[in-house]
Design a protein around this ligand. Structure first.
Ligand SMILES: Nc1ncnc2c1ncn2[C@@H]1O[C@H](COP(=O)(O)OP(=O)(O)OP(=O)(O)O)[C@@H](O)[C@H]1O
Length: 828
């Protein structure tokens, strides 16, 4: 199945034959066809894992180290035999694991392999891909003293893969080397065009860095010359005068070399060298002052828009020859050891990364950038584990960090392996969990080609660690890499000016937005305190204390401010709540008052009615019929009229008497006396009658007033009664409300109970069905049984008229056989 993913070997060859440095900005017709389909651009191939077994040193041979641990079976296979004292052997004796393990690799290089053989056998693809524009990563993995640094850097007499690769690269670009420094690598894959002033700064920086190793410059150039001389002597050399040419010829296909001669492209080579120590990144090309108080600057890992990580502010130095590059390597090593000496550590305690960036430019008056490719060599720290090394303090911290980053590398590789299996659930690849894996990420995500070199020694004392390394590499070997072969075709570099702003667009799709500020993964400046002296640490502690105090104060102020704001907010909320409640209270009061008033009116009416009824009852006792009253009234009126008439008559009579006064005094006087006597007596009677009636009426009025007073008192009493009733009424309402709430909750519970009952009944039904199904299955299975037990069971079942399965499952006590049969069934 994996084979389906691979583009055929021919396709790989075609892709690789498209030289990164041989085209003039436009893809060749062949390239166009290859790149027209995105699927076709991708090449899938397994991660190359090479094993290199270190030879025993003279001392080791003299101390009679056991030589039976590692056996090279063939060019791909190696066998590990656990020595007696190893944990692997002890475990295998206890039945855990095996004492012998076989591992396969892309290629196994035995102890007798020379540096040159190893380079040719392992680096061909990577360097060829690199000069063709494919990014490359080579990392060495193994325990301390296994030969990792020897493999990458080598010695001055026996150069490792790094100086050899440099030599091949420079030979490849010979005659087309871009002499200026005005195009510089920028961010992860971009190029910055420098102003003249910046170019001068670059040159000054380079001179300063190289000057720091001036005294050793001679020996470096000797080293490279030695290497060339060595190559001249080697059997692999051809008659070519330049030894490196022969090496290049072996690596770069002849057709590419031919093509290159006629192409007008140029290349600019830039170098960086850094280390990751205790999860801090340091630039090894920084000029370190001799002052012990100077701290090394910690660099940050940032992420560009494409999600690629790069080291911010890492120095990239332009090199014009492999000698210069080797000098920078030496300076980096010196800086590393200088820092290490100050920290009293060994070189293997950090991961070092040496990178070479190749910028492809057009050969014009004003060159354009065609592509960027990067080749990185990573010398990983020794992979031994803390428990084995018995370390404490700083060493334990180092070991922890190393183990952690290697562990995360292992996790990433395991996740990559798992993700390429379509049957398995894709898992998260924890690239971001360590600085090392962050920097490795692009190489495992199609943006480069990685290759792993596993270094082992044959020591019995480190057998368990070596076995661990081998197991790790066995997983790594199964990882399939997806490679997008044309770096500049897939990830076109952006060109920015000295100020970091874009100055040229390489294609129509590139916009200014693409140059937005990159995201930094860590916000704070990191400082590695492990490199400080006691006094410095005390000072740093004091500074930190002050910072803590200041921080606490600011936090306190902030807290006070927040609390104040919260209190204000709460107060506002309380006021609002209070207002809302008072409004509600007012509304309630109004509504109750309305209700009370209406009730009060009702009761008033009722009381009025009642009072009227009572009054009517009382009035009945003194009832005077209206007709009688009217008749009496008429009588009174009649009498009043009569009185008036009599008074008028009296007036007339008196007038007449006055007129007759003079005529006859005697007679009229007598007549007058008689008439007056008559009138007086009549009036007296009438007055008496009237007085009597008036007295009677007054008495009636009095009694009526008294009744009204009584009625008023009754009304007051009724009011009081009404008030009490209203109070009772509100209490009753409150009680009813509480009861309603209880009722609601009871109803909810009842609903829940009903639901649960339904669930239980459905589960019971399901259980019943399953039981039936199970019994049916069981009886089917039992049918073909022939034998005493089967007959016995069927007999018992038929006799007891109980299904056999049920008898076992439910009626164990009822069946005499059940006790014996049940355990048998459970076993089945
Ligand atoms: N293939 C080899 N042939 C000869 N000598 C070797 C070989 N490999 C390693 N050595 C020697 O073994 C010693 C340890 O090698 P080296 O320093 O490269 O180990 P290392 O794995 O890088 O250790 P560390 O992790 O501590 O840096 C060195 O003296 C080196 O010269």
């Amino acid at each position: 199945d994996e084979g389906k993913n691979y583009v055929s070997t021919e396709m790989c060859d075609v892709l690789e034959s498209l030289s990164f440095l041989s085209v003039e900005g436009k893809p060749s017709p062949l390239e166009s066809t290859v790149l027209s389909n995105t699927e076709e651009q991708q090449v899938y191939e397994p991660l190359k894992v090479f094993l290199r077994v270190r030879p025993f040193s003279i001392e080791e041979l003299e101390s009679h180290e056991s030589q039976s641990c590692v056996t090279i079976e063939d060019a791909q296979t190696v066998i590990l035999n656990a020595p007696k004292e190893s944990s692997a052997m002890k475990n295998s004796e206890r039945g855990i694991g095996h004492a012998v393990h076989s591992f396969t690799f892309s290629q196994v290089f035995g102890p007798e392999t020379t540096q040159s053989e190893f380079f040719e056998g392992s680096m061909k693809d990577i360097v060829r891909g690199y000069v063709n524009g494919v990014n490359g990563l080579v990392f060495t993995y193994g325990v301390t003293n296994a030969g990792k640094t020897f493999t990458i850097q080598g010695t001055s007499k026996d150069l490792g893969i790094l100086p050899r690769s440099l030599d091949v690269i420079f030979n490849h670009i010979r005659g087309r080397h871009y002499p200026k420094m005005n195009f510089k690598p920028y961010l992860s894959n971009d190029v910055k065009k420098l102003e003249d002033e910046q170019v001068k700064q670059e040159e000054a920086l380079k001179t300063a860095i190289l000057a720091s190793l001036k005294e050793e410059a001679e020996s470096i150039s000797n080293t490279v010359t030695n290497f060339c001389d060595a190559k001249l002597d080697s059997s692999s050399c051809t008659s070519d005068n330049h030894p490196s040419n022969s090496l290049e010829k072996n690596l770069v296909p002849p057709d590419i070399q031919r093509t290159n001669m006629h192409q007008r492209t140029q290349a600019s080579v830039w170098i960086s060298f850094c280390e990751i120590y205790n999860e801090y990144v340091y630039d090894l090309l920084n000029i370190l002052s001799t002052s012990k108080t100077q701290r090394r600057r910690v660099l940050r890992i940032c992420e560009d828009q494409g999600g690629n990580f790069y080291i911010k502010d890492l120095k990239w130095i332009n090199v014009q020859s492999p000698e210069e590059a080797c000098r920078l390597l030496k300076i980096g090593n010196k800086n590393r050891s200088f820092a290490c000496t100050r920290m009293n550590e060994q070189s293997s305690r950090s991961h070092s990364i040496f990178s070479i960036r190749l910028l492809k430019l057009t050969d014009e008056h004003q060159p354009r950038v065609l592509g960027v490719s990067e080749l990185s060599f990573c010398d990983l720290a020794g992979s031994e584990r803390c428990n084995k090394t018995h370390v404490f303090g700083d060493r334990l911290k180092e070991a922890g960090n190393i183990n952690n980053s290697l562990h995360i590398l292992g996790k990433c590789i395991a996740a990559l392996k798992q993700n390429q299996n379509p049957k398995m659930k894709p898992s998260y690849i924890p690239f971001r969990e360590s600085k090392l894996t962050r920097l490795f990420q692009p190489f495992f995500c199609g943006k480069g080609k990685a290759c792993m070199i596993v270094n082992i020694n044959q020591h019995t004392s480190t057998y368990d660690e070596t076995l661990h390394v081998m197991k790790f590499s066995a997983i790594a070997k199964q990882v399939i890499q997806k490679i997008l072969p044309k770096n500049f075709g897939c990830f076109p570099p952006k060109l920015v000016g000295g100020d970091g702003r874009p100055i040229m667009h390489f294609d129509a799709n590139t916009s200014l937005d693409d140059f937005a500020d990159n995201t930094e993964t860590s916000a704070e400046e990191e400082v590695d305190i492990t490199i400080l002296s006691h006094e410095e640490l005390l000072k740093a502690a004091e500074d930190l204390k002050e910072k803590v105090v200041a921080e606490r104060q600011s936090k306190l102020l902030l807290e006070v401010k927040i609390r104040k704001e919260m209190a204000e907010a709460m107060f506002r909320q309380l006021l609002e709540t209070e207002e809302a409640w008072s409004n509600r209270l007012e509304d309630m009061k109004d509504s109750y008052e309305e209700k009370l008033e209406s009730k009060f009116e009702m009761y008033k009416e009722a009381i009025k009615k009642h009072a009227y009824m009572c009054a009517m009852e009382q009035i009945e006792d003194h009832y005077v019929p209206i007709e009688e009253f009217l008749a009496e009234q008429e009588k009174v009126e009649d009498r009043e009229r009569k009185i008036l008439q009599l008074e008028r008559q009296l007036d007339e009579q008196s007038g007449r008497l006055l007129a007759l006064g003079s005529l006859s005094l005697d007679i009229p006087a007598t007549e007058n006396n008689v008439e007056q006597g008559l009138t007086d007596s009549t009036m007296k009677r009438a007055n008496e009658g009237l007085k009597k009636q008036c007295e009677e009426k007054e008495e009636l009025i009095k009694s009526l007033k008294f009744k009204i007073q009584k009625l008023n008192e009754a009304l007051l009493e009724a009011n009081e009664g009404y008030r009490k009733m209203a109070e009772e009424n509100s209490q009753l309402k409150h009680t009813i409300m509480l009861k309603d709430q209880e009722m609601d909750s009871l109803q909810n519970w009842a609903k829940r109970v009903l639901e649960l009952e339904e669930t239980v009944s459905s589960l019971q039904r399901e259980l019943e069905e399953r039981k039936k199904h199970f019994y049916a299955e069981e009886s089917k299975q039992q049918k073909p049984r022939r034998g005493l037990l089967a007959n016995l069971k069927s007999t018992v079942a038929s006799t007891a008229n109980i299904p056999l399965g049920k008898g076992w499952g439910k009626n164990e006590e009822a069946s005499p056989f059940s006790g014996k049969l049940l355990p048998h069934k459970t076993k089945e």
